[in-house]
Design a protein around this ligand. Structure first.
Ligand SMILES: *Cc1c(COP(=O)(O)O)cnc(C)c1O
Length: 460
């Protein structure tokens, strides 16, 4: 089809919203390593998991053989409130960069939560409701996950308790109020309301918190309150599964116009949007049908893929969660205080970790001032005010497009624009005032976290 026929936005019809999630693990020869019980060092059983997670979600977590899983009608109906999301041809950015590259982005920010997280929030809330639970607990860092989950819980009539990383609770009062508007109870973490919170505060007085701390608190509340389970917005296999709607829609839209990407780029915090975006493409790659360059982008100040170790580690700071084999900086790792760009989790999805380890994808890290430069440039020409997290992917998409300008190659670049940055104006303000700084942890800084990885019998 002729180039000029490709519209600015490729929208799908409602009936093209996927009716099944794609489970990438089914096509992996080397399956992601199982979660381990930290007490016994043995793979966590479904029964052990069901004390923390909803039953259906445990099934999804453990299922690494079923390629397609039906999306219940109720979830499909909710998806229709804000999906399909557009695949945008970044004509204006291409012109501004004067590049022969063709740039596309899948925009997931067009809902009140402002990010892709709603795709998994509604699924997890649905299964909790179906199990007859009273409510769920969770953590939130920047606040997008908590907001998404509060929307989903309000819709289904579930109670929600959110532990919000203290620095965000203070810097992002409006996010907090959105969650409360949807009915969530929001507590700054670490807090004195849990045993693990008290312990962390005793060891690190004045800490501004981390996702790892907030996870510990949310899990403690879930396992000590009957009728509650814990839900997590990223990292887990089930979350990547739900997020596959991003990639499936992207593929459908590209296929309509016969577009084949050369490079697929996504930011990586815990790995859920990237895992979702690349799912069907990685499937083709794993089955030997196609090849793509796939790039994960992470902050230089929280570099789990590029400088972490591939080892079993705790997902939380309090060391009460199961052990996951992943690229990690150590569960005690907390990014430096100047870090404003999100993506601050110390570990990474076990699925993406295995794929990266096996050479199916690349990873790169970028510094935050260069990320905000890319965000500003993108906002001015494409109109959307991007989330700092998403802007990591914008940075690398721009860099790849500029390489094409030098070589004259007309590569097709697809990146995930995961959300909007309206609640990140404190970070933008720092950038606009010229006060944003970069801090790259030294090897010494990282050694502390890496040396404290747990010893797991039978693992290297
Ligand atoms: C949470 C979030 C991310 C990072 O999480 P992943 O699980 O790695 O996708 C990226 N972008 C936005 C806008 C987010 O809210």
């Amino acid at each position: 089809m002729a180039e000029n026929k490709i519209p600015y936005k490729i929208y799908l019809d409602e009936n093209e919203i996927p009716s099944k999630w794609y489970n990438l693990r089914a096509d992996m020869k080397n399956k992601p390593a199982p979660l381990l019980n930290p007490g016994t060092g043995q793979p966590l059983t479904a029964e052990e998991m069901s004390g923390i997670f909803c039953e259906e979600l445990v099934k999804q977590e453990l299922d690494d053989t079923t390629p397609f899983i039906d999306i219940p009608q109720e979830i499909q109906d909710f998806y229709k409130m804000y999906r399909p999301s557009p695949l945008v041809r970044a004509y204006c950015l291409e012109a501004a960069l004067d590049t022969p590259a063709k740039i596309y982005y899948k925009f997931e920010g067009n809902n009140t939560s402002g990010s892709h997280k709603l795709n998994s929030a509604i699924a997890q809330a649905y299964y909790a409701k179906k199990q007859g639970l009273k409510g769920v607990t969770t953590e939130t860092g920047a606040g997008q996950w908590g907001t998404a989950l509060s929307m989903a819980c309000a819709y289904l009539g579930l109670d929600l308790k959110v532990f919000m990383v203290k620095v965000s609770y203070e810097q992002k009062p409006f996010r907090r109020e959105v969650m409360r508007t949807y009915g969530a109870e929001v507590t700054p973490s670490p807090s004195m309301t849990t045993e693990v919170g008290k312990k962390i505060l005793a060891e690190h007085p004045g800490t501004t918190g981390s996702l790892g701390c907030a996870i510990s608190e949310a899990v403690e509340v879930a396992v000590t309150n009957p009728g509650y389970r814990y839900v997590l917005g990223s990292v887990l296999n089930q979350v990547l599964l739900h997020q596959s709607v991003i990639g499936l829609e992207t593929k459908t839209a590209l296929d309509k116009y016969g577009i084949e990407p050369d490079i697929i780029i996504g930011c990586a915090g815990g790995g859920s949007n990237l895992g979702g975006l690349i799912a069907p493409f990685m499937g083709e790659k794993l089955r030997g049908e196609k090849d793509y360059r796939i790039i994960a982008v992470e902050p230089a100040s929280c570099p789990s893929f590029t400088r972490g170790k591939y080892a079993y580690d705790f997902c939380d700071t309090g060391m009460i969660c199961p052990l996951a084999k992943m690229y990690t900086l150590g569960s005690g790792f907390i990014p430096s205080a100047n870090h404003a760009g999100g993506l601050r989790f110390h570990g990474m999805s076990t699925t993406l970790s295995q794929l990266y380890h096996d050479g199916y994808m690349e990873a790169t890290s970028v510094e935050q001032t260069s990320v905000f430069e890319a965000a500003q440039q993108f906002a001015r020409v494409e109109g959307i005010l991007p989330a700092p997290e998403s802007s990591h992917a914008i940075r690398v998409a721009i860099d790849e497009a500029l390489k094409c300008k030098e070589t004259g190659e007309e590569k097709t670049i697809v990146f995930g624009l995961t959300g909007t940055g309206y609640f990140d104006m404190v970070a933008y303000q720092k950038f606009n005032d010229g006060e944003m700084t970069d801090y790259i942890p030294t090897d010494e800084d990282l050694a502390k976290g890496l040396n404290s990885l747990p010893k797991v019998p039978g693992q290297d």
